[in-house]
Design a protein around this ligand. Sequence first.
Ligand code: GDP
Length: 417
Amino acid sequence: GAPSPQNPAISSVIRKKLMGYVGFANLPNQVHRKSVRKGFQFTAMVVGESGLGKSTLINTLFNTTLYPPKEPLHPSAERPKTVAIESIGADIEENGVRLHLTVVDTPGFGDFVNNDDSWKPIVENIESRFDSYLEQENRVNRLKVVDNRVHACLYFIQPTGHSLKQIDIEFMRRLHTKVNLIPVIAKADTMTDEEIANFKQRILSDIQHHNIHIFQAPTYENEDEETIAEAEEIASKIPFAIVGSNKFVGTPDGRKVRGRAYPWGVVEVDNEEHCDFVKLRQMLVRTYMEELREYTNDVLYENWRTEKLVSMGVAQDSTVFKEINPAARLQEERVMHEAKLAKMEAEMKMVFQQKVQEKEAKLKQSEEELYARHKEMKEALEKQRNDLEDKKRKIESGRPITPEKNATGRRKGFLRT
Ligand code: GDP
């Protein structure tokens, strides 16, 4: 039916050709300008045993000294016994684009005799960041939402040349549904090209065997060949074999490059023939930073949120109804519908609770203010009364000294009858 003012529920979409330039084609630029002005928030996490070059790589990636050079731990020094979570923030700017970068380090990971639970504090940290985001989303005033969620996790694999260790698999298995995992082979300059190629194969088959999801550069339908080729090129390098260094060294042919000098030659950080640093930087910073942020928001966070809300409502187990028969399907649909309702209800409950809490806090505050005012007034009155009493006492005790009397013999200031 045609749309009519009487019945606004009926509507249809009509394609129209514009007669002249209207201007909303500039929307992308407007959105772009706005986000450029507001700046971007990006949080990267680094995980791996100490000494694998995590801080060096971060410094190399962002071309700053976010991390000062570490003093090597003395062998006899007391080592911490748990994984710590430390974050460093930096505001960096490049060609007018502001980036608030946070790097979350996890010192202690994999450094103990027993590393069974090394992943635990890290999962908790990632989830508590989701929690804080959810809490902000539910706030009535959503003007300033701070996105502290971890958008990418660089996992450093020791360059052993064997295969993944138990701790590597355990970590990735626990984390891959919560964060964009980017595995890297640390200190790749300690291995030959052939060793690296074999090591990569083994790592990939371990990852596949354990159904671990690694972040992949997304490709969309209708994407141009160049973009697809670039994504494939990057994907083919995973896990990235990395060399980090912030120091400039001289090459035999007289160039100054970021790299590591050895008696047999120089390993160049920014040379794609030498290592995958350039590809990693492309993945993390130059090409897919926004995709990492989007995937975190649209998939990882969304799944976590749904799970959380459903677990607050009714726990559903739809696998029971997997057999394909109409009754079971209907049942499954009903269950799913109920789960959806439960989710909505839980969400509403949460918003409601939030609002009630805010209201209660406000009431409590005004109650306190009232009480404070009441107290103040009471004290003021009390003081006045005391002053008056004082005056009265003074006047009374002063009677013999100032026997000023009027004609009727009464003291001045007292009521006449
Ligand atoms: P973190 O404990 O993981 O943060 O490791 P650091 O970044 O502090 O590095 C530990 C040591 O390894 C330092 O002496 C670095 O110079 C060195 N290092 C860092 N990256 C590399 C690398 O890619 N190759 C080699 N051979 N050494 C590296």
